[in-house]
Each structure stands twice: as structure tokens, then as C-alpha cells.
Design a protein around this ligand. Structure first.
Ligand SMILES: [Fe+2]
Length: 195
């Protein structure tokens, strides 16, 4: 059945994504200045470990192995989180960057689980859909808690003094160059839209 193959691929992607987060979340927890934010990252780390186990259960039910696909999407998002951790900001402004990075990981996972659940439902794999639904619920709750805790952090950050601009690092220069290239490549299509 073709859709089942697609589902297994997507689930392997999720399995890789969750495993990458098991490694990344402690770094966010360590980096966060705000105690509540730190705690949220730690709590979600524990949940994420449970999510890995739940995915293993899904694979057991399918009679498939969970490895076989690396999630490039999560690798990119985790890399952006690492950039946020390297930022030369302090206090709430530093934490604001971590909130942006953490919300990206959660919403990426929410999209992934929603797609997998839709497929499992079409395939009438109800138990699998239920297990995935538990992971999805945790991701949605985690995103909501981070957003709620974020309100006061973002407000604090807005009141912090702006830093003097420092010269760009090599990595930042590379990123700026790529961003100009993105703009140039899109420009012909945007012109067509305007005319
Ligand atoms: Fe997760």
C-alpha cells in the first residue's frame, strides 16, 4: 500500500526529529536566563524522551524499524537554535531569541504529527493515530506554555537597551550573502506578479 510507505517515511523523519531534540533541548534549558523558561525546556525534554518511546511503540505495531531517515528540517531548525544560543544578547533579549527558536521546533513537529495522523486515519490505523495524537497534544501544549511564558520575557526585552552593532562574524556574513541571493532569485517572479 503506497500511503503506508509514505507514512513510515514520515514517521522515521519524526523519530529522527525527536532524537535530535533530546540532544538540543538541554542546551536551550542551560542557556535560558528566565527560570520558568528553563523549567519549560526541561519539562519538554522529559516529554520528548517519552515521545521517542511512543514512536518506537508505533514502529513495533507496524513491524518496522524506526531508523532509516535523518530529518534535515529539524537539523536546520536546531542549527538556528544554536545560532540563537551564540547571540551576543543578554537577559530577556537573549531569551526572546530562544523562544523564537523553540516555537519553530514545536510548530514543525505539530505539522509533522498532523500529517502522520491524517495518513494513519485514512489507513484505519486507529491505535497508531491515537499514539501519535498523544505526542501531538504534548507539542501543542508545549508551544502554548512557551508562548504564554514568553509574553513577560518579550516585554522585558522591549525595555532593554539596544546594543552597539558589532562587526559581523564569518558565519553572519555568509548568512547575509545567502539572504541576498534568495532575494535575487525571487525577484523575477515578484516582478511578474507586479505587472
Ligand atoms: Fe516532540
Amino acid at each position: 500500500m503506497a500511503l503506508k510507505e509514505v507514512l513510515i517515511d514520515e514517521l522515521r523523519d519524526m523519530y529522527s526529529a525527536e532524537n535530535q531534540l533530546v540532544k538540543a533541548l538541554p542546551k536551550l534549558a542551560k542557556g535560558a536566563n528566565d527560570r520558568q523558561l528553563k523549567q519549560l525546556f526541561q519539562d519538554h525534554l522529559e516529554e520528548t524522551k517519552g515521545q521517542v518511546l511512543r514512536l518506537k511503540e508505533v514502529f513495533d505495531r507496524l513491524g518496522e524499524k524506526p531508523t532509516g531517515q535523518h530529518c534535515n528540517g529539524m537539523e536546520g531548525i536546531v542549527e538556528e537554535g544554536a545560532d540563537a544560543l551564540e547571540k551576543d544578547e543578554e537577559g530577556a533579549s537573549f531569551d526572546s531569541g530562544l523562544i523564537g527558536a523553540a516555537l519553530r521546533t514545536e510548530h514543525y513537529e505539530i505539522a509533522g504529527y498532523e500529517a502522520c495522523i491524517a495518513m494513519a486515519e485514512i489507513l484505519e490505523e486507529r491505535e497508531i493515530a491515537t499514539l501519535l495524537g498523544e505526542n501531538l497534544k504534548q507539542e501543542i501544549a508545549a508551544a502554548e506554555k512557551i508562548s504564554a511564558a514568553g509574553v513577560s520575557i518579550l516585554k522585558q526585552s522591549a525595555g532593554e537597551p539596544e546594543k552597539e552593532k558589532k562587526p559581523k562574524t564569518g558565519k553572519e556574513k555568509y548568512s547575509a550573502k545567502k539572504s541576498s541571493e534568495d532575494e535575487k532569485k525571487a525577484a523575477p517572479s515578484l516582478k511578474r506578479r507586479a505587472s
